[in-house]
Design a protein. Structure first.
Lengths: 104, 468
C-alpha cells in the first residue's frame, strides 16, 4: 500500500509537470494499482477481472480520445458512449459480483 | 415566493419530526446507523451533487464543450471505487468502534491530533462550502424563482438549518433522499427537453459541428492534460469528500455495500444528464441563434426559460434540492467537528447534543453572512472546495486508514501540508501547466509526507528500541 501510494503520487507530479502525453497510461496504472490494493484485502477472481477490465477501459478511452481528439463528431461520440454510457453498469455489477463471491 | 413558503412549511414539519427522532449522538450524527442501501445511495448522491451541476456544468459546456465532460466521466467509476477504497474500512471501523463522525475514524488510526486536525479542516472547509451554497441560492433565487437574492439565500439556509439543527442526520437523511430522487427525475426531464428543443441529439451535434466544431471532438478546446487531470481529480477526490464518507457511517451493516455502487452510479448518472443534455442542447440553441447568453453561467437559466414556465419551476425545485442536500451534510459535519471532535482532541468530553443544534444554527448564519457580505470573500472561499478536501484528507483517509504503518505525526503533517500546497497553488493557478491540478498536487505531496514520515519514524522507533 505505501509503495503503491507513493509511486502513484510521484508519477502524477512527474507526468503533470514533464510528460503530459503519458496521462492516459497514468490513469490506467492508478486504477490497476488501486485494484491491487483492494485485492490484497479481499482476494477474489471476479474482483481481479473487474480491476483488469476497469484499467483496460480507462486505457482504451484515454488513448482513443487522443486518437479522435480532432474529429468533432466521432471524438464526441467516443467520449459520451465509450467514456460515460457504456462503462456505467460494468463496475457496479463487478463490485456486487465480487462481494457475493467474498461472502461465500 | 410560493416555492419558498412551501419549503419553509416542509422544513418545519421535518424539524418537528427530527426533534423526536434524534435522541442519541448516533441518531443525530449517523442517522441512527440503521439506513439501507437505497436511502444512503440516493441521499449520498444528493449530498454530493451541488447546484454547480445544474448551472455551472451546462455553462462550462458552453465554453469548454466536450472538455467539460471529463469532470463527469468519473461517474461510472466512483461508486465502486468509494466502496472498495474507503467504504469497506469505514463501515467496519464504524461498526466495531461505534464511530459517528469522520474525524473520529482518523483518531482510531492516528490518534487525537489527527482527529483535531481533521476537525479543523472540516469546519473551515464546511463553512466555506456553505457560503458558496448560500451565494448560489442567491443567484438561483433570482434566476429561477423570481425572488431577491438575499431572500432566497436566507430562506434556503434557514430552512435547511432548521431541520438539520432539530433532527441532525435522522432528518437530514430523509430530506436528502427525497431531494436526490427529485433532482434525478427533474434532471432527466429537463435534459431530454433541452436536447429535444435543439432537434434531438443528432441534430444538436450536427449544428455544433457546423457552427462551433471546436466544442466537440474528445476534448473540446481544453488541453488533453487538463482533461485527464480533471478526470483523476474527480475520481480520486470522491474518496476524500467528508460529505460522501459521512454516508458510510449511516449504513446498518457491511452487506449494504454490495449494491451501493449500483445505486450511487444510477442516481449520479441520471442527475448528470442535465450537464450533458442542457449543455449540448443549449450550446446548439445558442449556435442556431434561438437563444442568446451574455456569459457562460447564463446558459442553464436561459435554456430552461426557453423551454417554458414548467421547466423553470422544475429546475428551480431541483436546484434548491441540490443546494439544501449539500448544505445539510456540511452543517451536520461542521457541528460534529465543533461539538465532538475538537473537544475530543483537547481530551475533553463531547458537548451535549443540544449544543450541536445551536452550532448548526450559528454555522448557517455565519456562512450566510459571509456569502452576502462580500463577493470577493466568496470567490476566495470557493477555492476551499473539492480540491482542498482532496489535498488535505485523501492521504489520511485512504493510506492512513488502510496502512497499519501510518504514524500519527506524519498523518497530521500530511493533512496540513496537502491543504497548504493546494491553497498556495490555487493562488498561482493561471500560471500552472495544464494538468497540474492543485488538489491532486496537494494530495501527492501529502501522500509522500505521510509515507516517508511514517517510515522514518518507524526506523527511528526501531533504532530506539534496539539501543542499549
Amino acid at each position: 500500500m505505501p509503495v503503491v501510494a507513493t509511486a502513484g503520487a510521484v508519477a502524477y507530479l512527474a507526468v503533470a509537470l514533464w510528460m503530459p502525453v503519458a496521462f492516459p497510461a497514468l490513469c490506467a496504472l492508478l486504477v490497476w494499482a488501486a485494484g491491487a490494493v483492494a485485492l490484497t484485502r479481499r482476494p477474489s477472481t471476479r474482483l481481479r477481472v473487474a480491476v483488469t477490465v476497469a484499467g483496460g477501459v480507462v486505457l482504451a478511452v484515454g488513448f482513443g480520445a487522443l486518437w479522435l481528439a480532432d474529429e468533432p463528431v466521432r471524438g464526441f461520440a467516443w467520449l459520451v458512449v465509450g467514456g460515460f454510457v457504456a462503462p456505467l453498469p460494468i463496475l457496479p455489477w463487478l463490485y456486487a459480483a465480487s462481494s457475493s463471491q467474498g461472502e461465500e | 415566493m410560493t416555492t419558498l413558503l412551501l419549503l419553509a412549511a416542509l422544513a418545519v414539519v421535518l424539524a418537528l419530526w427530527g426533534l423526536t427522532a434524534a435522541r442519541t449522538p448516533a441518531d443525530y450524527f449517523a442517522a441512527g446507523r440503521r439506513a439501507g442501501v437505497w436511502l444512503v445511495g440516493v441521499a449520498g448522491t444528493a449530498a454530493g451533487v451541488s447546484a454547480f451541476t445544474f448551472v455551472g456544468g451546462p455553462g462550462l459546456f458552453a465554453v469548454a464543450g466536450a472538455g467539460s465532460l471529463w469532470m463527469i466521466l468519473s461517474a461510472p467509476v466512483t461508486g465502486a471505487l468509494q466502496c472498495w477504497a474507503v467504504g469497506e474500512p469505514v463501515v467496519r471501523l464504524a461498526r466495531r468502534h461505534g464511530v459517528v463522525t469522520v474525524p473520529s475514524l482518523l483518531q482510531l488510526r492516528a490518534g487525537l491530533p489527527a482527529q483535531g486536525a481533521a476537525a479543523v479542516v472540516l469546519a473551515v472547509g464546511a463553512v466555506a462550502s456553505l457560503a458558496v451554497q448560500a451565494k448560489a441560492a442567491a443567484v438561483l433565487g433570482e434566476a429561477f424563482l423570481g425572488v431577491g437574492g438575499t431572500t432566497a439565500a436566507v430562506a434556503v439556509l434557514a430552512a435547511t438549518a432548521a431541520y438539520t439543527a432539530a433532527g441532525g442526520m435522522r432528518a437530514g437523511l430523509v430530506a436528502d433522499a427525497v431531494q436526490g430522487a427529485v433532482m434525478a427525475a427533474v434532471a432527466l426531464v429537463v435534459a431530454v427537453a433541452a436536447v429535444a428543443a435543439a432537434g434531438g441529439p443528432g441534430e444538436a451535434v450536427r449544428t455544433l459541428a457546423a457552427a462551433r466544431p471546436q466544442l466537440l471532438g474528445a476534448f473540446g478546446p481544453i488541453p488533453p492534460a487538463q482533461a485527464y487531470a480533471w478526470y483523476l481529480l474527480f475520481c480520486l477526490g470522491t474518496l476524500a469528500q467528508p460529505h460522501y464518507l459521512q454516508k458510510f457511517l449511516f449504513l446498518r451493516d457491511e452487506r449494504q455495500l454490495r449494491l451501493l455502487p449500483a445505486v450511487l452510479t444510477g442516481a449520479l448518472a441520471a442527475t448528470l444528464t442535465v450537464w450533458l443534455g442542457v449543455g449540448l442542447g443549449g450550446a446548439a440553441l445558442v449556435a442556431r441563434g434561438a437563444v442568446t447568453i451574455a456569459f457562460a453561467d447564463e446558459l442553464a437559466p436561459v435554456v430552461v426559460a426557453h423551454l417554458g414556465p414548467w421547466a423553470v419551476a422544475l429546475a428551480g425545485v431541483a436546484a434548491l434540492a441540490a443546494l439544501m442536500s449539500t448544505s445539510a451534510s456540511f452543517l451536520n459535519l461542521a457541528a460534529a467537528a465543533l461539538t465532538r471532535d475538537l473537544p475530543a482532541a483537547l481530551r475533553r468530553p463531547p458537548l451535549p447534543l443540544w449544543t450541536a443544534g445551536l452550532a448548526t444554527l450559528v454555522i448557517a448564519a455565519t456562512a450566510t453572512a459571509v456569502a452576502l457580505a462580500s463577493q470577493r470573500a466568496v470567490a476566495m472561499l470557493g477555492l476551499i472546495g473539492w480540491g482542498f478536501f482532496t489535498a488535505a484528507l485523501l492521504p489520511a483517509l485512504v493510506v492512513g486508514l488502510a496502512w497499519e504503518g501510518a504514524r500519527p505525526a506524519p498523518t497530521v503533517v500530511a493533512m496540513v501540508a496537502g491543504g497548504l500546497v493546494d491553497l498556495l497553488l490555487e493562488t498561482l493557478r493561471p500560471s500552472l501547466p495544464p494538468g497540474f491540478e492543485p488538489g491532486l498536487a496537494g494530495a501527492a505531496v501529502g501522500t509522500v509526507v505521510l509515507v516517508a514520515g511514517s517510515c522514518l519514524r518507524r526506523s527511528g522507533d526501531v533504532a530506539v528500541a534496539e539501543a542499549p
